[in-house]
Design a protein around this ligand. Sequence first.
Ligand code: SF4
Length: 83
Amino acid sequence: MSTDWEDAKCRASDFDLFFSQGKNQIRKAKNICRGLNMDGERACPILEQCFIFATFEEPQYFGIWGASTPDERQRFRSIYKAA
Ligand code: SF4
């Protein structure tokens, strides 16, 4: 699956937000991915591809990718391995 990173919403956002440990920052970053901020934005057009990339294709162990934390992605990997 190819991913057009040019469309990534985080490109126009505060990138540090996506690599912060703070709960509020994590929530804000996830909301950017999902388009849930108060500014009426839509979800990131490559949210699904981003999640698959960071969870399975090239596992990312830091930061918010596809509206998920590293721990959440690890849980997905464990579930799929066990299945
Ligand atoms: S889904 Fe991925 S590419 Fe899109 S804003 Fe979130 S982290 Fe960035």
